[in-house]
Design a protein around this ligand. Structure first.
Ligand SMILES: *Cc1c(COP(=O)(O)O)cnc(C)c1O
Length: 356
């Protein structure tokens, strides 16, 4: 079933400078929108990017039933748009939906919507290596009602933003010792709006102390590492790669999963297990702590050059990192098509017949 498309009369693309793309501020021409009413998804539509009109009693605004995803489309030399691990993003969005009492979006409709939207706005995909069209699918409650219960109606939306290469400087991390991101049985695994609202205050305090991001720790002893800001975290110690295991409090990063597969395929030992600050400090004392980096869709890999555990500070020379830069160029190589996709992670977007 083709998705109904209402195209823009004239594209805004000519006014966009691909060499100057502030992350997340510029949206492409079209958006996809689909409503859940009377217990089922209605027919979705693509239309020019436009505002919503929201009732003051909209449930989301009060009680936060809202989830999202973040993924990227790149473009091959021959002009074919490429999606990266689309199936995993669809799966995770629906896992977030279940946790937040929201309806799943049927995978075939989800994929078709993304493909049609990316196909239509393919000229918005910046061609330079490391650039991409960032795709933001999300869903929120639309009942007009004051009271804590699951909404009966929802809106599922996808819009896209061209983004430049994420030239991140190495980041400094402050280990949390007071605030927590997620606890056992909570919603840490869901990409749900409230998790990010809750992180703002601790992140602001960390910035005031001179650190870029908070390193989230377990909620009981502040002893075990969870993740960083909106990235998963990896430590290279004595040639082996360590990352905290997925225990329900950590976001199941798709870049994390890619990193683990690539490293194992390259012959590295990758250990997914609880990782304590003592373990990191001891490796550092013994001269075995070689690299620390975060993984996430936006930056792919972000190198860490400083970690503070209270008064104890670890400094790292990210110029000497080898595995982090290798992973970044590997994943960007898959996205640009210069590296063979042996894991079958990429998906070429077909040119679709538009039902206008
Ligand atoms: C999205 C996100 C990540 C990274 O996930 P990717 O699928 O790799 O982009 C990590 N942590 C948090 C809290 C996130 O929201």
């Amino acid at each position: 079933m083709a998705i109904k498309v209402h195209q823009v009369k004239s594209s805004r693309l000519s006014g966009i400078d691909f060499n100057n793309l502030p992350f997340g501020k510029i949206c492409s021409d079209h958006m996809f929108e689909m409503n859940y009413i009377d217990g089922k998804w209605q027919e979705g539509e693509i239309r020019p990017l436009q505002n919503f009109s929201i009732h003051p009693a909209n449930l989301t605004l009060h009680y936060g039933q809202s989830i999202f995803e973040g993924m990227k489309a790149s473009i091959l030399k021959d002009g074919t748009p490429l999606l990266f691990r689309l199936d995993k993003h669809v799966e995770r969005m629906n896992a977030s939906a279940e946790r937040m009492c929201m309806p799943a979006v049927p995978g075939d409709i989800f994929c078709e919507a993304i493909e049609t939207l990316v196909d239509l706005d393919r000229d918005w995909i910046p061609p330079t290596n490391g650039s991409a069209l960032y795709i933001r699918p999300y869903m929120f409650a639309t009942d007009e009602f004051i009271g804590v219960r699951p909404s009966e109606t929802y809106k599922f939306v996808i819009f896209t933003c061209p983004v430049g290469p994420y030239y991140t400087k190495p980041v400094s991390l402050l280990a949390a010792d007071k605030y927590v991101r997620a606890t056992n049985g909570g919603v840490g695994e869901a990409k749900t709006a409230g998790n990010y609202a809750a992180s703002l205050y601790p992140a602001k305090e960390a910035k005031e102390k001179g650190y870029d991001q908070v390193m989230w720790m377990d909620p009981f002893e502040f002893k075990y590492i969870q993740e960083v800001g909106t990235m998963n975290i990896f430590f290279v110690m004595a040639g082996k790669v360590y990352t905290p295991n997925l225990n329900g409090t950590i976001l199941k990063g798709i870049t994390r999963d890619s990193v683990i597969h690539i490293l194992k395929d390259e012959g590295y030992e990758v250990i997914e297990a609880p990782l304590s600050k003592e373990q990191i400090l001891e490796a550092h004392r013994n001269g075995e702590l070689q690299e620390v980096f975060g993984s996430g869709t936006a930056a792919v890999i972000s190198h860490v050059n400083k970690i503070a555990f209270g008064e104890t500070i670890i400094n790292l020379n990210s110029e000497e990192f080898k595995i982090g830069p290798f992973l970044k160029s590997y994943i960007e190589g898959l996205r640009s098509g210069v590296r063979e996709d042996k894991f079958n992670w990429t998906h070429k977007v077909r040119t679709l017949e538009l039902a206008v």
